[in-house]
Write a protein that binds this ligand. Structure first.
Ligand code: NAP
Length: 297
């Protein structure tokens, strides 16, 4: 597995990341989770993606239980987590909302540290752009968390280029990623400036739901796309169509880090092998066309 410095003065991550949003659906015991983490570490996938809210605020704690069983795993991992969304699954929240106050960010990090059974987070992201975000206040929280050593690096998720630039303008250090949805099914960030800004700043985006959350494999409207992916998979000697999709995402010049969302070890292994595939320009555009249903103008 390739390792990549994700931004100037940013952390070094594995090129492919393991996402833990769906952890509670996998039904793994803490011991089974230790095995699963060990397996992806052996593939070279050392970076893991979390958020405070995943699994109704339970995923970080389940992961932390595994780390308590096998504490030596912690130093082999880079942990990404997020804050800034409040959901109705937390008692006391009367409406789903975004919250990026200084107090909330700092308290959320304290809770994540405790649940994850660690004393530092490698990368903290603001999960969604908040219309009520005061960039000075977020910057103040980030500076304080950095000084305390509780968080090493900071970034955002689902931010527009303008939102990214606003927060960056208030910080004495660089934001190191924007984690956004990128897949053949979600191509907007490729042309709306999101990935252009990343390339300009030499910051690597992280790519979520590269497989459309699994819809790619089942939805009838993607039959043409699936058949094109299979055809290109044969041309590349790929083992599965998800490998082709990950290679399609990694072919982008901003060099995104795909986040794998599967709890199935063999699928994770197959996904990780995408690192060895390189699509030609023509193959890349065939997938674009098959997903969008039209040729380039
Ligand atoms: P995804 O890879 O698009 O979807 C994963 C789903 O696809 C799983 O349910 C998986 O099921 C299924 N799947 C994978 N391969 C399959 C196959 N060959 N056939 C049928 N189903 C298959 O990724 P995602 O889980 O939506 O997102 C990945 C990560 O991105 C998350 O874990 C999270 O860390 C992050 N994320 C971030 C945001 C954000 O706003 N920042 C939003 C969403 C997600 P199995 O487990 O059974 O393989």
């Amino acid at each position: 597995m390739q390792r990549i410095g994700i931004a100037p003065q940013g952390p070094v991550f594995s090129r492919m990341v393991m996402g833990y949003w769906r952890l509670m659906d996998w039904g793994k015991s803490a011991r089974q989770l230790v095995d699963f983490i060990t397996e992806h570490l052996e593939l070279g996938i050392t970076t893991v993606d979390h958020a405070d809210i995943y699994g109704d605020y339970r995923c970080e704690a389940a992961f932390g239980e595994a780390l308590k069983l096998a504490p030596a795993l912690r130093e082999r991992l880079e942990i990404v987590t997020k804050c800034g969304i409040a959901t109705l699954s937390k008692p006391g929240n009367t409406i789903g909302h975004y919250i990026t106050t200084r107090q909330h960010i700092i308290q959320s990090v304290e809770s994540s540290l405790s649940r994850l059974a660690t004393d530092n987070i490698n990368l903290l992201l603001i999960h969604r752009p908040d219309p009520l975000m005061d960039a000075d206040e977020v910057a103040d929280a980030f500076v304080s968390l950095r000084q305390s050593g509780k968080v090493r690096h900071f970034g955002v998720s689902n931010f527009s280029p303008a939102q990214f630039s606003l927060l960056q303008s208030r910080l004495p250090f660089g934001l190191v990623t924007n984690q956004v949805e990128i897949s053949p099914l979600c191509q907007d960030p490729l042309l709306d400036g999101t990935l252009d800004l990343m390339q300009q700043l030499r910051v690597h985006p992280m790519a979520w739901s590269c497989l459309g959350g699994g819809r790619l494999f089942s939805a009838p409207e993607y039959i043409t796309l699936r058949s094109e992916l299979e055809q290109i998979g044969q041309e590349l000697d790929a083992k599965s169509i998800e490998q082709v999709v990950y290679a399609w995402v990694m072919r982008l010049p901003s060099q995104p880090l795909p986040i794998i969302g599967s709890g199935n070890s063999s699928r994770v292994r197959a996904g990780a092998a995408a690192i060895d595939l390189t699509l030609t320009r023509e193959q890349w555009f065939r997938i674009r066309r098959a997903a969008l249903g039209y040729d380039v103008p």
